[in-house]
Design a protein around this ligand. Structure first.
Ligand SMILES: *[C@@H]1O[C@H](CO)[C@@H](O)[C@H](O)[C@H]1NC(C)=O
Ligand SMILES: *[C@@H]1O[C@H](CO)[C@@H](O)[C@H](O)[C@H]1NC(C)=O
Ligand SMILES: *[C@@H]1O[C@H](CO)[C@@H](O)[C@H](O)[C@H]1NC(C)=O
Ligand SMILES: *[C@@H]1O[C@H](CO)[C@@H](O)[C@H](O)[C@H]1NC(C)=O
Length: 528
């Protein structure tokens, strides 16, 4: 028995020993805002495995720091960059319109604003990547460093062009591919049961919902097409030569680390080079700073509620925040509210207003009873991970769709910006979720489902990045689907040829039978 045990331990040893991977050189072309928060966490993990990380950023970047202990940064000067002010203005107009404070003509103004913001962002990124490629000194340095791969977030097309220019394997940390959800571009996606993000549909759709889904699908596809053709194709032509179609380059990445999993995403077809890392940014909670811990403990048996509306919407209109503050003041719980606008007049003494909070650590705190959230992917994933029920106030982008999944799982209640400040809606929603234990139970079940995986999502991401390093790409996992023109992809050409051939056979048979008949008739006539 002992011998057997010993043998099996020896057999196991090679598997238990950590997989050795030589330290790699990784070049990163990050994107901004909440996308950078995700990427940053992945970079820290890669650094802790001993990899050498280099990022390229613009000198006007908002979030990405030039000096860091875990990466080297090359900063490139640009004339213009994304305007935070502009984005904030469009968002506040959007909220005003949704609440009926602005006339319909404003909707057109705003839709055009959104669309032009979208193209502007891509244009600005195009200028940025041109500036990078024009910097001869930098390009020589990058080429000399011999990177193993380029890691990027393809909501911007900059990394794709740089990777091709330096001839590096390409890895995506992805949820959005320019305007569309990543799967729509790479995996077969029958939209009869795959809801387009932004439609507010689930995987069970009525006829009208499917019509809506199709319209939205076409809109998203054309946005991708326009951004590729108008913005990135000229840059690709200029720096890579005329033989590349940018959109094909975009689809040709070696590995797609998709920031969802099938606890969150509806079941759908996928591809071998798609790896699911949803929730990779979630970690067990760390102890809170002492003052925050004291505040949380002071809540006693009632516990705390935390509220955050994300990076951009830290400032809601004053009448809404006053209404919220009034509602919070009526609760026995303590409230931690990430709110950077002016202090609401009605703020109760149970509410702590903060500029920033350790959201993951708070969500993982046993005293946290409820999360009031806008539905950004990071917050939603953290709520799932820690099993905290949610009251959601979605505004735009994918926020409604993200929260809808929690609602379907029975773990969230959704509010509407139009009515959130009326009829005590806000207070009622919070009280319902606090008092009905099914919300918490359902979220906890959801959390167990999400966590029950053979390998932690972050370890999975690191494994596959190292896999691409070891094998210098992952060509054997890439399907040929995107190198085909649409008529070959859907076999339209083959169907036409086969149908033509079938028709020809039928025609020949018909003619021969006719000839035979006429011949026989003639013969019969003669005999008569
Ligand atoms: C790490 O990256 C820096 C910046 O790109 C580069 O200069 C350096 O040579 C790299 N180190 C190794 C060991 O490759
Ligand atoms: C980054 O470090 C360099 C040199 O160590 C220093 O000159 C520069 O001011 C630092 N930048 C920031 C933003 O701290
Ligand atoms: C990178 O360096 C190699 C030689 O090491 C050279 O053949 C290639 O043209 C260089 N590429 C660029 C884009 O400078
Ligand atoms: C908060 O205010 C209520 C009434 O407004 C008061 O009774 C209570 O003592 C206050 N609590 C603290 C901790 O100041």
């Amino acid at each position: 028995m002992k011998l057997l045990l010993c043998c099996s331990v020896m057999l196991l040893l090679p598997f238990l020993a950590p997989r050795v991977c030589e330290a790699g050189n990784i070049l990163v072309m990050p994107s901004e805002g909440s996308h950078w928060i995700n990427m940053d966490i992945l970079l820290q993990a890669l650094h802790s495995k001993g990899h050498n990380i280099t990022i390229v950023l613009s000198d006007k970047s908002w979030y990405i720091k030039e000096n860091s202990s875990y990466y080297t940064a090359y900063t490139v000067k640009v004339d213009r960059y994304l305007e935070k002010v502009l984005i904030k203005k469009i968002i506040s107009e959007f909220i005003e319109f949704e609440r009926g404070a602005l006339p319909l003509s404003h909707f057109l103004h705003m839709s055009v604003g959104m669309l032009s913001m979208f193209t502007d962002v891509q244009r600005i990124i195009g200028e940025f990547v041109s500036a990078v490629l024009d910097d001869q000194e930098l390009m020589r340095k990058l080429n000399d460093t011999k990177f193993d791969l380029l890691l990027t977030d393809p909501c911007w097309g900059s990394g794709v062009i740089l990777a091709k220019y330096l001839n590096l394997p390409l890895v995506y940390n992805v949820r959005w591919l320019i305007a569309s959800e990543g799967h729509l571009a790479i995996a077969p996606s029958p939209i009869s049961y795959i809801p387009i993000t932004g439609s507010g549909n689930t995987d069970k759709m009525t006829f009208l919902q499917r019509v809506h889904n199709m319209v939205l699908y076409l809109v998203v596809k054309s946005q991708n097409y326009l951004a590729s053709k108008l913005v990135y194709q000229p840059i690709s032509d200029k720096y890579l030569g005329p033989n590349y179609d940018f959109y094909q380059l975009l689809l040709d990445a070696d590995l797609w680390l998709m920031r969802v999993d099938f606890a969150f995403e509806y079941p759908r077809p996928t591809m071998p080079n798609v790896v699911y890392i949803g929730g990779f940014q979630c970690k067990p909670a760390k102890p809170l700073p002492q003052d925050l811990e004291d505040f949380v403990q002071s809540s006693g048996e009632h516990g705390v509620i935390i509220m955050s509306m994300g990076t951009f919407v830290s400032e809601l209109p004053a009448d809404i925040t006053n209404e919220m503050a009034t509602a919070f003041a009526k609760l026995p719980q303590k409230v931690i509210w990430r709110h950077t606008g002016s202090r609401p007049d009605t703020l109760g003494n149970n509410t702590l207003r903060v500029d920033w909070m350790p959201q993951n650590d708070l969500l993982g705190h046993p005293k946290t009873k409820l999360f009031v959230a806008h539905g950004g992917t990071n917050g939603v994933q953290e709520a799932i991970y820690h099993g905290v029920p949610v009251v959601g106030l979605p505004l735009f982008f994918d926020q409604y769709d993200n929260l809808l999944r929690l609602k379907e799982a029975g773990g969230a209640k959704l509010l509407n910006i139009k009515t959130v400040d009326k009829d005590n809606n806000f207070l009622n929603a919070i009280q319902e979720v606090l008092n009905d234990p099914s919300y918490r139970r359902n979220m906890q079940r959801y959390s167990r489902l999400h966590r029950d995986q053979p390998i932690e999502p972050m370890d999975n991401a690191v494994f596959w990045i190292e896999f691409v390093m070891r094998h210098k790409g992952a060509a054997h996992l890439k399907s040929q689907s995107h190198s085909l023109p649409w008529y070959s992809y859907h076999s339209v050409d083959v169907v036409l040829i086969l149908a033509g051939a079938g028709l020809l056979v039928v025609l020949i048979m018909f003619i021969s039978i006719r000839c035979l008949c006429t011949a026989m008739c003639k013969a019969k006539l003669k005999r008569d």
